[in-house]
Design a protein around this ligand. Structure first.
Ligand code: FES
Ligand code: FES
Length: 172
């Protein structure tokens, strides 16, 4: 049993077993039918890189990858994740164990200030570049249309995305 199986899982009325993979680790969790993925990640598993903000699907702070697609964890019920692969910001990383190039690009280009929106932005950009290595400006804007940043004005964010695209293009 992993440490995560021990956390925040009190059996009670309406609980059912959820088997899924989170950041590469297979898990079996007891979750209430009313529990949202966001709450399961943050409150039960202490994966607090996924942010809680609007909770109505508007801001993108809670974005995670579910089977490689960006999904709002605040709108997703935990039970809907049965058999799925979930990747949070904690599970994003380069093959050599370092940070993902998208994360490095955000750091180097100053793509954040308070950083509250940043995990969701990085998840959305990663999902975009994994399916389209050379997106147009319109495609970048479309991919980030569900992610709101209230402080940077998007200049640094756009530069970070362009830098990540360039690195991928020039990767050996
Ligand atoms: S917290 Fe989920 S979209 Fe805002
Ligand atoms: S850096 Fe503050 S909301 Fe984006």
């Amino acid at each position: 049993m992993s440490k995560h199986e021990m956390l925040g899982v009190t059996r009670g009325t309406g609980q059912s077993e959820l088997a899924c993979t989170i950041n590469g680790e297979e898990m079996k969790l007891e979750v209430a039918g009313s529990k949202r993925l966001l709450s399961m990640l943050r409150d039960d598993l202490a994966l607090t890189g996924t942010k809680r903000s609007c909770e109505i699907g508007r801001c993108g702070a809670c974005m995670v990858l579910v089977d490689g697609k960006p999904i709002n964890a605040c709108l997703t019920m935990a039970y809907q994740c049965a058999g799925k692969q979930i990747t949070t910001i904690e599970g994003i990383g380069a093959a050599d164990g370092g940070i993902d190039p998208v994360q490095r690009a955000f750091l180097e280009e100053g793509g954040f200030q308070c950083g509250y929106c940043t995990p969701g932005m990085i998840i959305s950009v990663k999902a975009l570049l994994d399916r389209n290595a050379d997106p147009s400006e319109d495609e970048i804007e479309e991919a980030l249309s569900g992610n709101i940043c209230r402080c940077t004005g998007y200049g640094g964010i756009k530069r970070a995305v362009e830098r990540a695209i360039e690195w991928r293009r020039n990767a050996p």
